[in-house]
Design a protein around this ligand. Structure first.
Ligand code: OSB
Ligand code: MG
Length: 374
């Protein structure tokens, strides 16, 4: 496909409420969007990197630099026919998967529009609606957490995931389970524990958790496999899984029984599908993670979640949980049974509010073949 221009933007968006994990609090998001113009069509990509290199080595600023100096010019030179060609085109650049996904996912968006099919169909999706869960950050007190859970359960969400860390775990689970004995509950440590905490983590078994997500080091399989032997509760890996080979290693070593797939973390739709397939063939269920995305990234997550092995509720929830006003229309809504209906429109299925995006833009760069125009 001919690529006429890549417009890279940074938007500043304030979350409706702060989100706290074991590595810190996020209140204001710096969202990087790529807008790729090709033969009259526009494809959108969202960078899922955080403001700081805490979740992964990448950050908003590292992605911006790599896209402007490396990936953007490479894409303009090679003009892929489809999204599936992007990993090879970007192959000379090591790592930087969130930066690569920003552009690759926009190419898939164009490809779906060109073919006149929903992005979910192009990816091989089979679901007409997807099951949704919520990720609830660390709160100021357990009583506030109980109120938040009450609200999300009443909204219909099918799975409640609690962020946890040493000091915000056992007592929290105990009180939550006491109040909500029947809900599907899981926790996410974002690497806050060490193997010496194995006995402590084994005590989580008492709370009938669907999974404990990424308890140990962000780059580890081996110690997770040692830990999994000591837990009845399934370990789910998030940070550790960067690609299909990682998924195969983790499954082979029995480091986890469930995998969280995030589009940015694995470098885009091509690798996300490869991880999905590898897990599917080996009987390991997957679900779609979230990175506090705006509506653009959210629409990509929704399309991905239609693949057959996304059998567990994802961290893909309604726009209004994050933003006073989302940058897409319609906004993403979740039914009273905790599901998102899949749009049958060509492409991502959600229109972009271009005026709002322009108003929220704080940095913009136009990339064209042989020229970078500020
Ligand atoms: O580990 O899943 C995670 C947000 C930022 C960084 C890492 C994670 C998260 C979430 C939020 O859990 C999920 C969401 O977008 O609602
Ligand atoms: Mg996680």
């Amino acid at each position: 496909m001919k690529i006429d221009e890549i417009v890279l933007r940074e938007l500043n968006l304030r979350l409706v409420r702060p989100f706290q994990t074991s590595f810190g609090v996020t209140r204001d998001r710096r969202v990087v969007l790529a807008e790729i113009h090709s033969e009259g069509l526009i494809g959108w990509g969202e960078c899922t990197a955080g403001e700081h290199p805490h979740f992964s080595e990448e950050s908003v600023d590292s992605c911006w630099q790599v896209i402007v100096d490396e990936l953007g010019p490479t894409l303009l030179r090679h003009e892929p026919e489809n999204g599936g060609e992007c990993p090879r085109i970007f192959g000379l650049v090591r790592g930087n998967r969130m930066a690569k996904a920003t552009l690759e996912n926009a190419i898939w968006d164009i490809e779906a529009q060109r073919a006149g099919v929903p992005l979910s169909d192009l990816l091989g999706g089979v679901r007409e609606k997807i099951p949704c869960g919520v990720s609830i950050g660390i709160q100021a007190s357990i009583s506030e957490l109980l109120e938040v859970i009450e609200r999300e359960v009443a909204a219909g969400y099918q799975r409640i995931k609690l962020k946890c860390k040493p000091g915000w775990d056992m007592e929290v689970f105990e009180k939550v389970r006491h109040r909500f004995p029947g809900i599907t509950l899981s926790c996410d440590a974002n690497s806050a524990y060490r193997l010496r905490d194995a006995d402590h983590l084994a005590a989580f078994d008492a709370f009938d958790l669907l999974m404990v997500e990424q308890p140990l080091w962000y780059d580890d399989f081996y110690y997770h496999s040692m830990l999994q032997k000591r837990l009845d509760t399934a370990i789910c890996l998030d940070e550790s899984i960067r690609n299909r080979r990682d998924a195969l290693a983790a499954i082979e070593m029995e480091s986890c029984r469930i995998i969280n797939i995030k589009l940015g973390r694995v470098g885009g739709f091509s690798e996300a599908i490869a991880v999905h397939n590898a897990a599917y063939e080996r009987g390991i269920p997957v679900w779609c993670g979230g990175m506090l995305e705006s509506g653009i990234g959210r629409s990509h997550n929704i399309a991905l979640s239609t693949l057959a092995n996304f059998s567990l509720p994802g961290d893909v929830s309604a726009s209004k949980r994050y933003w006073a006003e989302d940058i897409i229309e319609p906004e993403v809504t979740v039914s009273a049974t905790g599901e998102i209906a899949i749009s049958q429109e060509p492409g991502r299925g959600y229109a972009v509010k271009t005026e709002l995006i322009e108003r929220l833009t704080v940095r913009k760069e136009h990339l064209r073949a042989h020229a970078v125009v500020g």
